[in-house]
Design a protein around this ligand. Structure first.
Ligand SMILES: C[C@H](O)[C@H](O)[C@H]1CNC2=NC(N)=NC(=O)C2=N1
Length: 98
């Protein structure tokens, strides 16, 4: 998978307003907050399954009701469409937690 150009990344990230772009590293980040640990961990379980299916995995951490996710494509050394697609899937999963 090809690294996204700076222009392509900026265009795609406009549709992911909650994500911040670390252009230096070629990564995007978002923090999600949940009602409690059970909800946060349920979300992580869903993302883990979709990540495994896609063979594209997040860098992430969890503290109680928070989940911090960084997405980058290690094989490409930067941001690719795989990261954008996983970010979108994570946002859609999060929306279902209300
Ligand atoms: C061999 C395997 O397909 C690769 O190592 C996959 C696994 N998951 C991955 N996840 C991420 N985020 N970046 C990768 O480059 C990557 N590569």
């Amino acid at each position: 998978m090809e690294k996204l150009s700076a222009e392509a990344a900026a265009g795609l990230l406009a549709s992911l307003p909650h994500w911040t772009h670390d252009a230096q590293r070629g990564a995007i980040r978002r923090q999600y907050r949940f009602a409690d640990f059970a909800q946060a961990f349920a979300f992580m379980t869903q993302i883990a399954l979709t990540a495994e299916k896609r063979d594209h995995h997040p860098e992430w951490s969890n503290v109680y009701d928070r989940v911090d996710i960084t997405l980058t494509t290690h094989d490409a050394g930067g941001l690719t469409q795989l990261d954008i697609d996983l970010a979108r899937a994570a946002d859609e999963a999060f929306a279902r937690f209300g």
